[in-house]
Design a protein around this ligand. Structure first.
Ligand code: NDP
Ligand code: PYC
Length: 340
């Protein structure tokens, strides 16, 4: 398979590869399964920056010792609406899975629920979590800081993380309305993929160490990434630092990078997830809110615009039809090397 220009892996083969790498690198069985689920889902949905490539990032993070490879997350009820999951230094995925039932139960009871994942290592896309909540008929919002890689609008020095924010709304058809984006112009993983492929990045993604615009991915990673939408992305990024950092008793992106201390691990800190039950506001009138939302979505697509996640869901359908994914040859070789 290594000699093929673009190796095709069935889902089973990709899952097995992910499990083998993560086990070989010392991750405990429950974390292996939770991390594998998100990595395979990312590759299936055409999200290269948070798909199989992340196995390389996981292996590097596990080697730093900054992630607790066998952490047992603990979910606690704080108030009727609030849940905290202490990830105890482990990856966020298992912590999310362990806290989800409590978040759903509290959201149904109170109309709104929030879950803080604390003390976790986070390298994942947020849409798998959003989809899991929306599948219960709830509206969802999630965000997390990362490492201080991004300059505030008007500045040139890294302060914010790439700080993703994601939102989901249930729909009658197979796919919900979901967006999930970094508040930097692009995820850092995308810049790293450009560096690996020897491709320049578009202007507007980053500045070099002198604060000058650059199209060199390595120079932008050494300098500072830029926010999306100038001061607007910058303000959103600051909000995420606050509500998924100090508000929940966890780290800002600058504190996360300081805790990393040059080791090169994935970001360390917290995540805030908010769920809303439409029945809380609408009572018996919940039948119409979905129809009215559909009218809004038709208004978007009716003028030729596309909904966020449409590309991703189409990629998912194609992958499911084919029963697997095609990996770039160089990535596949690098993944096999992680088994040595
Ligand atoms: P993109 O810019 O690729 O996409 C962001 C969102 O916008 C997606 O929902 C995408 O849908 C949608 N979108 C893109 N183009 C259009 C369009 N023309 N019309 C309508 N919607 C559109 O993502 P980013 O690079 O910003 O982030 C990628 C991932 O990185 C995210 O999943 C994020 O969670 C993750 N991330 C994680 C971090 C962490 O610390 N854990 C940090 C930073 C990022 P579609 O997918 O269908 O294209
Ligand atoms: O791509 O910016 C990113 C990122 C940070 C942590 C996980 N992904």
């Amino acid at each position: 398979m290594i000699n093929d220009p673009s190796p095709f892996l069935s889902f089973g083969q990709l899952e097995d590869l992910s499990r083998s790498i993560l086990r070989h690198r010392g991750l405990s069985p429950d974390h292996v399964e939770a991390v594998t689920r998100t990595i395979v889902a990312g590759e299936r949905d055409g999200c290269a920056s948070h798909g199989a490539y992340r196995l390389i990032v996981c292996a590097a993070t596990l080697a730093t010792g900054k992630v607790v490879a066998d952490a047992e997350p603990m979910a606690t009820s704080l108030t009727p609406a609030l849940t905290r999951v202490d990830a105890r230094g482990g990856y966020a995925q298992l912590a999310f899975e362990r806290g989800l039932p409590l978040l759903i139960e509290k959201t149904r009871a109170c109309g709104i629920g929030a879950m803080a994942i604390s003390n976790c290592v986070h390298f994942a896309a947020l849409w798998p979590e959003i989809e899991a909540i929306v599948a219960q008929g709830l509206v969802a919002l999630a965000c997390t800081p990362s490492h201080a890689w991004v300059a505030p609008a008007g500045g040139t020095r890294p302060l914010f993380g790439t700080n993703p924010i994601a939102f989901g709304w249930p729909r009658p058809g197979p796919w919900p309305f979901v967006f999930d984006f970094a508040t930097s112009a692009v995820a850092r993983g995308e810049i790293e993929l450009h560096r690996r492929a020897g491709k320049p990045i578009p202007e507007g993604w980053g500045v070099d160490t002198n604060g000058e615009p650059t199209t060199d991915p390595a120079a932008a990673m050494a300098g500072a990434m830029l926010t999306f939408g100038g001061h607007k992305g910058s303000a959103l990024s600051a909000m995420i630092e606050l509500i998924a950092g100090p508000l929940i008793g966890d780290m800002t992106s600058a504190e996360s990078l300081a805790a990393d201390d040059g080791a090169g691990s994935s970001p360390i800190g917290g995540e805030l997830i908010i769920a809303i039950d439409p029945a809380g506001f609408l009572g018996d009138a919940t039948a119409t809110h979905l129809q009215r939302a559909e009218a809004l979505f038709s208004g978007i697509t009716g003028q030729g615009a596309r909904l966020p996640s449409q590309r991703r869901f189409e990629a998912r359908e194609r992958s499911l039809e084919r029963g697997g994914v095609t990996l770039p040859k160089a990535l596949y070789a690098d993944l096999l090397a992680l088994l040595d």
